[in-house]
Design a protein around this ligand. Structure first.
Ligand code: PLP
Length: 475
């Protein structure tokens, strides 16, 4: 009896290597062309079945567990907010100053030109199919033209379209970092960086932003965190949650740190150009002479359509440091799941070219006016220290916890603010920055005024002078 193994190779290129089968007679009926593995190699056992009859130990009971990645995917905002008791005062209508979605109250509609572009894209019937994984060439060209400047020129090949800025950040972190590497993230900062990094086994090192310096980065602290496993520096400018905008000089100093340590930058510039009049906000890439930058952005905030899920990565590779490998890596990652919606891609060129400047201006003047109202109101509230923003759509408020002994921390403070005044602000512990809270300033003006009044009432009720302060008063 011939017990030699036979190699069974079908047409096509096998990628699983050689397969062997211990067979005397091979019943090949029904096995032809491309098999289940799609590679032409088939595992065929003596009975003609497709899979080996090798005895395997059988699972004795159900044991279906979430993966390590799922278990390690944590959203710090949810972790904090879901643990809060948020029961509003039934006598006061709820005002949520917590949601970073400018569309929720309907007071900031997008521009007609943006809507028309979308309608045209739908009516054309040209964008019902799959787009290339990195996006249509025409749409990438439009983004490149929109953001190209002499100091940081862009071509279509430097643009990857993604499902919102979130996917852009995901691809950028994934292409630059391996498990065990670490990344530098601003504190306080947007929580998604940590959510993504930790789930990928990447360590997060937080560098401090300084409220007393309008939230500039503490450069010494930033630099002290860098080691040989640091694979990227994340800079959010303008900032969520601070609403701060770095000066050109400060950005140059950050670039110097990155340059000294040969560290690529992930610039989260989703709020780019959303700065108050008189404030200038150059892109990180336009100031870089050597540091390679992946700039992440999208339509969500400036065009006020976060639900359309259109984002992008702009690849700025000054001295061919990323080279073709990082570009190829990004392309490969983009192939995991198609990113940006085809219809929005179809509308993109028209959105970028036809949105009038007056739309951007009126959004910004609304945000600035609301920020001023909020800042000047809260400035005079005992125990609160608001920091005036210069852009984006947020304002951070410091809480002098010593003056509010009724509360342990910012979480309790904001929780009771809901219970008593039906105003919800996000405790900044959600951004790993305790004793602050964040206010979203895109709500209608009358709501902002009403909310500030209620916050004042709440603070006046709970404020206690420190004992030293009362001694001072006695003297
Ligand atoms: C700093 C920052 N980056 C990225 C995003 C995500 O943007 P998108 O909704 O386009 O995914 C946000 C959304 O709030 C943000 O604040």
């Amino acid at each position: 009896m011939d017990n030699k193994p036979y190699l069974v190779q079908m047409s096509g290129n096998g990628v699983h290597g050689k397969s062997t089968v211990n067979a005397k007679s091979l019943n090949m009926t029904g096995v032809s062309g491309k098999g289940v593995h799609g590679n032409g190699i088939h595992h065929v056992n003596v009975n003609g079945s497709l899979y080996p009859a090798k005895a395997k130990s059988r699972r004795q009971r159900w044991e279906v567990k979430p993966s390590h990645m799922a278990n390690n995917t944590l959203n710090p905002i949810r972790a904090i907010v879901d643990g809060m008791k948020l029961t509003p005062n039934p006598d006061k209508p709820m005002i949520a100053l917590s949601i970073g979605d400018p569309t929720v109250f309907g007071n900031l509609p997008t521009d007609d030109a943006v809507l028309q572009a979308m309608k045209d894209a739908i009516d054309s019937q040209k964008y019902n199919g799959y787009a290339p994984s990195i996006g249509y060439l025409k749409s990438r060209q439009a983004v490149a033209n929109f953001y190209s400047c002499p100091e940081a020129p862009l071509e279509a090949e430097d643009v990857i379209l993604t499902s919102g800025c979130s996917q852009a950040i995901d691809l950028a972190i994934s292409v630059l970092c391996n498990p065990g590497d670490n990344i530098l993230v601003p504190c306080p900062g947007f929580s998604l960086y940590k959510t993504l990094a930790v789930s990928l086994g990447i360590e997060v090192k937080l560098y401090n932003l300084l409220p007393e310096k309008s939230w500039e980065a503490d450069l010494q602290h930033m630099e002290s965190l860098i080691d040989e496993r640091t694979s990227c520096l994340i800079v959010t400018n303008p900032s969520n949650p601070c609403g701060s905008v770095f000066s050109k000089e400060h950005l140059q100093k950050i670039l110097k740190v990155a340059s000294r340590h040969c560290l690529p930058i992930l610039a989260d510039e989703i709020y780019s150009d959303m700065v108050f009049p008189g404030c200038h906000c150059p892109s990180m890439a336009s100031l870089s002479s050597d540091v390679p930058v992946l700039s992440c952005g999208g339509l969500a905030k400036r065009w006020l359509v976060p639900g359309w899920r259109m984002g992008w990565i702009l690849i700025h590779d000054r001295n061919d440091i990323f080279g073709s490998e990082i570009r190829q890596g990004l392309v490969k990652l983009s192939q995991r799941i198609l990113g940006a919606c085809s219809i929005v891609q179809g509308a993109l060129e028209s959105i970028l070219n036809n949105t009038p400047q007056s739309f951007y201006n009126s959004t910004i003047s609304f945000i600035m006016s609301n920020s001023e109202i909020c800042f000047s109101e809260l400035c005079t509230v005992p125990g609160l220290n608001p920091v005036m923003p210069s852009g984006a759509m947020y304002l951070m408020v410091g809480i002098d916890m010593d003056h509010f002994p009724d509360f342990k921390n910012d979480v309790e403070f904001t929780e009771r603010l809901v219970t008593e005044q039906s105003v919800f602000c996000l405790p900044a512990s959600a951004f790993e920055y305790p004793n602050y809270f964040r206010i979203v300033v895109t709500v209608p003006e009358e709501m902002m005024v009403e909310a500030c009044g209620r916050i004042r009432e709440f603070c006046q009720r709970h404020y206690r002078p420190r004992s030293r302060d009362s001694n001072d008063l006695d003297q």
